[in-house]
Design a protein around this ligand. Structure first.
Ligand code: ADP
Ligand code: 5GP
Length: 202
């Protein structure tokens, strides 16, 4: 069985990660979303176990102590972490895994696993980012300003990413992300074994 890819999507809050990830999961097969644990409260419409696993601070601390996370970080004042079990079960089944995590988490995954395809998602300007956060309206003004000021710091990490997905027009951004995923799947090391086996009698 081939080893699945790990796709990491990061970027400032409001950049469009959740929207794009949702669309890409509808469009592509054999791609699983890595459901993170978080201590933040669910937003309207978010489903426990699908969008996030919502846990208490104590539950999160216990998971850290038991070494249950592949990575974790404090993002905008709340704890977020990728369960190690997500990576293990994807590896076992050979499916590709898609992680929507912040730049600190991406750094940890890069160091610990030395693999992955790293994508940074954002609109082309700060003004557009602000407009998106205001339009989403899931945070109050103070919280939005905090997220915007953190965006500057997050963008400093962009050099560590393999791809930049500019999300001005949703369909074009989706096309870019799908292309990245498909091209990673076409890399020769992913299928050379199958081809050699298929042609071995000739
Ligand atoms: P993130 O997960 O990165 O915080 P979201 O996916 O929640 O960002 O997107 C932020 C807001 O912008 C949401 O209201 C979403 O519907 C909207 N949005 C995302 N992409 C686009 C786009 N290309 N054009 C217009 N609105 C968008
Ligand atoms: P939100 O609260 O808007 O859903 O997410 C806030 C930020 O947390 C986003 O940048 C998102 O990528 C990040 N995030 C979500 N899950 C994880 C995770 O498991 N680990 C880390 N490090 N960041 C995460």
């Amino acid at each position: 069985m081939r080893e699945g890819n790990i796709f990491i999507v990061s970027g400032p809050s409001g950049g469009g990660k959740t929207t794009l990830v949702e669309r890409v999961l509808q469009d592509l097969n054999d791609l699983r979303f890595s459901v993170s644990c978080t201590t933040r409260k669910p937003r309207a419409g978010e489903v426990n176990g699908k969008d996030y696993i919502f846990v208490t601070e104590n539950e999160f601390k216990k998971m850290i102590d038991e070494d249950k996370f592949a990575e974790y970080a404090n993002v905008h004042g709340h704890m977020y972490g990728t369960p190690l079990a997500e990576l293990e079960s994807a590896a076992k089944s050979g499916v590709d895994l898609l992680l929507d995590i912040d730049v600190q988490g991406a750094r940890q995954i890069r160091q610990r696993f030395s693999r992955g395809v790293y994508c940074f998602v954002l609109p082309s300007s700060f003004e557009l980012l602000r407009a998106r956060l205001l339009e989403r309206g899931s945070e109050n003004r103070g919280e939005i300003e905090k997220r915007l000021s953190e965006a500057g710091k997050e963008i400093e990490d962009i050099d560590n990413y393999d791809y930049i997905i500019i999300n001005d027009e949703l369909d074009r951004a989706l096309e870019s992300l799908v292309s990245v995923i498909i091209s990673a799947r076409c890399r020769k090391e992913k299928s050379i074994g199958i081809i050699k086996k298929g042609y071995s009698s000739k």
